[in-house]
Design a protein around this ligand. Structure first.
Ligand code: SAM
Length: 333
């Protein structure tokens, strides 16, 4: 269980109440298993699915139409996202409700008071132990409007908007840029796995109006951003799917998969997870399918790719990134 949630076990009466909402960041597995009647707002599909399986009321959306007596935010690694969640939670609080934030020193909990000062909110420490703290947020909350939180940038003729917490929130990532520069024109069914704001998939869709794009991401903020970007760039050959990994992806035969695959889960690096994604991608591909992946130089994906594809080669290297091109997946049972 995530260390910070050990705090919550000290307050069973909070969790027992159906008037409590927990807002969960990525690596909050286990928390949803705690006994209690609390509701969940999950920022990631895997926590949302897990909460629903346990019969909890869980939201993977900002469309929450009830107020809560107590809201507890798991402070996310992206600080601006933390500020957004505090503003959103403020709009859901009952008039005498209580807003709490939990987090670890490593996750930046010590900077919360400073970050919220600008919004004229105070953050007082209620508990701390094991390098973690529980804070109570007081002050007057303003109106919340998700439209106030977008940032935008452009690449070629594409306008890209992002919500806080999305990868490459205010500019194109160097690795993604190298991948885009290395791609030929693609046709047929194409997947962008771990699409973030959708910049790779959108660029392919724009360049190849005949391609059918499927963009997949686990994160609510990414999926909302990719949807807005498909709409504002008037691209209709795109389907955006909120999904945790590819294990449960419906059977399909993609001609191409393009990806800047994740290798972090919350604050932790997890290379085995990325390798498992590459193997799952191979299973979803056409027999003559091609995979285009960007990776940091230090990530040894070649061995994994050689295991699942007949031909694998690096096709570009720059600024600590490499582009791996893999073709013709072996049939996997
Ligand atoms: C390195 S970022 C790439 C984002 C985007 N493609 C780009 O290049 O700007 C990896 C993305 O994978 C997503 N991701 C992480 N774990 C995932 C999972 N289990 N299933 C689907 N997507 C996941 C993250 O939310 C993130 O948007």
């Amino acid at each position: 269980m995530k260390q910070t949630f050990e705090f919550l076990c000290r307050f069973p009466e909070w969790l027992a109440s159906d008037q409590t909402l927990l807002i969960l960041d990525e690596d909050a597995e286990g928390l949803v298993n705690l006994a209690g009647n609390f509701d969940v707002m999950a920022l990631h599909q895997h926590n949302h699915e897990h909460a629903k399986q346990l019969g909890r009321t869980s939201y993977f959306s900002f469309d929450i139409r009830q107020t809560y007596q107590r809201i507890i935010i798991d402070w996310p690694k992206a600080k601006r996202l933390g500020e957004l969640l505090v503003a959103f939670a403020g709009s859901l609080l009952a008039p005498d409700g209580e807003l709490l934030v939990i987090g670890s020193n490593k996750g930046g909990i010590k900077s919360v008071a400073k970050r919220l000062k600008e919004s004229e909110l105070s953050a007082d420490k209620l508990e701390s132990a094991n390098h973690c703290s529980l804070l109570r947020i007081d002050g007057t909350h303003g109106e919340f409007n998700l439209d106030d939180w977008w940032q935008s940038w452009s690449i070629d003729s594409l306008r890209i908007s992002t919500l806080p917490g999305v990868f490459s929130a205010n500019k194109l990532d160097k690795g993604t840029s190298l991948l885009l520069a290395s791609l030929p024109t693609l046709a047929g069914d194409v997947m962008d796995f771990g699409c973030g704001c959708g910049v790779i998939g959108l660029s392919v869709a724009k360049q190849s109006p005949d391609a059918n794009l499927t963009l997949v991401d686990n994160s609510l903020m990414a999926v909302l951003s990719a949807r807005r970007n498909a709409e504002q760039n008037e691209l209709s050959n795109i389907t955006i799917v909120a999904r945790n990994g590819l294990r449960n992806h419906p059977k399909a035969r993609f001609r191409h998969i393009v990806t800047n695959p994740p290798f972090h889960e919350g604050l932790r690096t997890n290379i085995d997870m990325s390798k498992a994604f590459l193997s799952d991608m191979a299973k979803l591909m056409h027999l003559k399918g091609q995979l285009w992946a960007v990776a940091n130089e230090f990530l040894a994906y070649e061995e994994t790719l050689n295991h699942y594809f007949k031909m694998v080669k690096p096709i570009a290297r720059e600024s600590g990134f490499k582009i791996l091109h893999a073709q013709a997946p072996y049939i996997q049972k």
